[in-house]
Ligand binder design. Structure first.
Ligand SMILES: Cc1cc2nc3c(=O)[nH]c(=O)nc-3n(C[C@H](O)[C@H](O)[C@H](O)COP(=O)(O)OP(=O)(O)OC[C@H]3O[C@@H](n4cnc5c(N)ncnc54)[C@H](O)[C@@H]3O)c2cc1C
Length: 361
């Protein structure tokens, strides 16, 4: 019997874990190399909100629809340890210190007016993203994937392609192919490979322990602070009795070490004030996590998913911006097909080809 193909995946976020899962299901041998912690960055701190058709009209539509279906399948097949559930999603507006006129939801204060429902349980859902990423990684390990702790610092080349990666401690991890899936840190790989730039965009979030005080709902709000600044918070009720809320983004510099990501001064206090204002349930709930993380973005807002041009056996999957948890499953499925079969069955990856954008160096 031929030995299983060894695929080195650089980065243990949702994208790397999903690729490992789908590769391992096909009998390949994925080796995920993670510098900090699996789900230690955006993939463990994001909202985990999923939408079937919010990408319609964009190149992401096919990827998003396939992913939305796969999320339901994966939760069913793997026992749903990540709290996948369907949601009703509302839009609304609020002004600090003002009573708003309009429709209400019982868990929100009278500062909030609901303008309409923008997603139903047929079209919107949520997962707890850290448990989702860890769950996929564990499911991959159960069928032969390997997780290594280490910092990838270079590629190892052979005459006709890639032979693995080099780690900071001098170890070489052999592989028949390499996938770059380091989120915003994929920009480091643009020194080793002809790849476009990937940037990091920082977001802050809070997690409240609310028990059953908030129903299975999500809220997208336009909120005017007393000083006049308008924020656009997102608030999602998760199946584990917590509510996740985010609002304040910034272009703060990405530290090279993912373990050193820190919040901007004052961002969490501002977000906490907003949350305590818009909901009596959030006003009394303890905060169980104060988080900051960077989402990976490209010049044109679309991800980079595909072979690295001109380098055999090198692939990239990153730049998923605000939809990386949603789009992880179909990205993993398509990357497994691409690496093992040289073509994809379900999703057309051509809009995400890295060569559409200029190389960084
Ligand atoms: C505030 C916020 C809210 C969001 N909400 C949602 C949402 O509701 N729904 C949704 O679909 N998406 C959401 N997103 C987007 C989503 O979180 C990201 O697109 C996704 O997590 C990116 O996953 P990734 O695996 O590409 O990157 P990451 O999660 O960043 O993982 C990359 C991994 O690579 C590792 N790494 C870095 N350098 C090296 C190295 N040299 N060697 C080895 N490993 C390395 C890191 O330690 C990290 O674990 C949100 C993002 C933010 C910031």
């Amino acid at each position: 019997m031929a030995a299983a193909r060894r695929i080195v995946i650089c980065g243990g976020g949702a994208i790397g874990a999903a690729i490992a899962y789908f590769l391992s299901r096909r009998g390949a041998k994925p080796i995920v190399v993670e510098r900090h912690a699996v789900a230690g960055s955006a993939s463990g701190k994001s909202g985990g909100f999923l939408a079937l058709d919010w990408c319609r009209g964009s190149a992401l539509d096919g990827l998003a629809r396939r992913s939305f279906a796969l999320h339901a399948e994966l939760a069913g097949q793997l026992g749903n340890p990540w709290g996948y559930r369907r949601l009703t999603t509302y839009a609304g507006h609020a002004r600090e210190n003002r009573v708003a006129r309009g429709a209400r939801r019982p868990w929100l204060s009278d500062a909030v007016a609901i303008t309409g429902s923008i997603g139903s349980p047929q079209t919107t859902a949520i997962v707890e993203p850290r448990a989702f990423t860890l769950g996929l990684m564990r499911a991959a390990e159960a069928v032969g994937a390997e997780l290594r702790h280490g910092t990838v610092v270079d590629l190892v080349r052979r005459s006709n392609g890639i032979a693995g990666v080099a780690l900071e401690d001098g170890t070489i991890v052999d592989g028949d192919a390499v996938v770059i899936a380091m989120g915003p840190w994929s920009i480091l790989a643009a020194r080793w490979l002809p790849l476009p730039a990937v940037y990091g965009f920082k977001g802050h979030s809070l997690v409240f322990q609310t028990g059953d005080a908030v129903p299975a709902e999500a809220l997208f709000l336009e909120y005017q602070e007393a000083g006049g600044e308008v924020l656009t918070p997102e608030v999602f009720a998760r199946a584990d009795g917590t509510v996740w809320a985010c609002a304040i983004s910034s272009a703060g510099a990405l530290p090279i070490d993912p373990a050193r990501v820190a919040p901007d001064a004052g961002a969490h206090a501002r977000l906490e004030k907003l949350c305590r204002t818009i909901s009596p349930a959030l006003a009394v709930a303890p905060i169980v996590a104060r988080q900051a993380c960077f989402r990976p973005v490209t010049e044109d807002g679309l991800p980079l998913i595909g072979p690295v041009p001109g380098v055999d056996d090198a692939y990239v999957a990153t730049g998923h911006s605000v939809w990386g948890i949603l789009n992880a499953p179909a990205t993993g499925e398509a990357m497994a097909e691409l690496v093992l079969d040289d073509r994809t069955q379900r999703v057309d990856l051509s809009p995400f080809a890295p060569e559409r954008l200029p190389k960084l160096v």
